[in-house]
Write a protein that binds this ligand. Sequence first.
Ligand code: SF4
Length: 333
Amino acid sequence: MSIDSAKRTAIALFSGGLDSVLAVAWMQRLGHRVHPVCFSAPYITADRATQSARENGFELTVVDISAAHLKMLEDPVHGFGKNHNPCIDCHGLMFWEAAKLLPKFGADFLISGEVLGQRPMSQRRNALQAVDKLSGHADLIVRPLSQKLLPDTKPIRAGWVDKSRLLDLSGRGRSRQIALARELGLSYPAPGGGCLLTDRNFSLRLRELIFMKEDSEAQIRLLRWGRHFRLAPGVKLIVGRDKADNEGLVAEDFPGLWFRLRDLEGPLGLLTEPDPPADVIALAASILLYYSNKAPSPAWVKYAVDRNHWREIWVEKCPEDSFRPLLISLDKE
Ligand code: SF4
């Protein structure tokens, strides 16, 4: 069977990590045109993929699949991993979404950096089969790093891809990938960091939000920033831990009540209820003051809906044993 690899184009699921970088580069090396696509959601950022693509000279497309991902997250067929990460369903969904892009890119098949046996939940042989089934396009998937160990799919049977030049990587070790990446002059980030669903504190906060039936997309986006306190049903306080948290909170543009110190720089607070009763305002202000190390106690705290027309409240730092039970965190920082 003739190999017309140079004529066939692939769409790659691309996280920016070592395996996906290597999968893209390997297929390019075999003469294929490859379009890396990163799928984003409120807890899956494209930052790492964007940087990695830039460093490796890949032209990345980022596609927001928040609505579909949140729907899947309600009841994933294959359940969750150690945290709130539905990795099998997630991979299946990403292939499904990638397949929708085939006509747009004039592409013929799909690839990923999955490695047989590398991840306990999502990359065992039967897990890969489950991913294939969910994708709706099992016969179009090629996994360049492990394909020699996997059943042939259409791109191989039809001679679009030369199987003999694909790889036979398996297992958790990464030394072969690292050696190949070095050989190809590739750049890749340290493992982890792209998906917050694998973070145990983020997962705890997300599960709490789901339990309280407050898991709107906007509320889930807020989970990325700061410390979270449950003050009442429908009312959470978020306190920025640093400048990045403060800026992240502001960027979310959530319609709540904002808090900050009147006379000093310090953390920004956001109450998810814009019009709470006076005792809730006082509690939120006193928690914010607790996390303002340089501030005296008592002190003035400002609050406003629009961060322009501030009102003021005179409060003491909240005693730790009063607010610790309200903190949604495994670590109780
Ligand atoms: S770690 Fe996150 S992005 Fe990756 S497969 Fe699992 S759920 Fe999806």
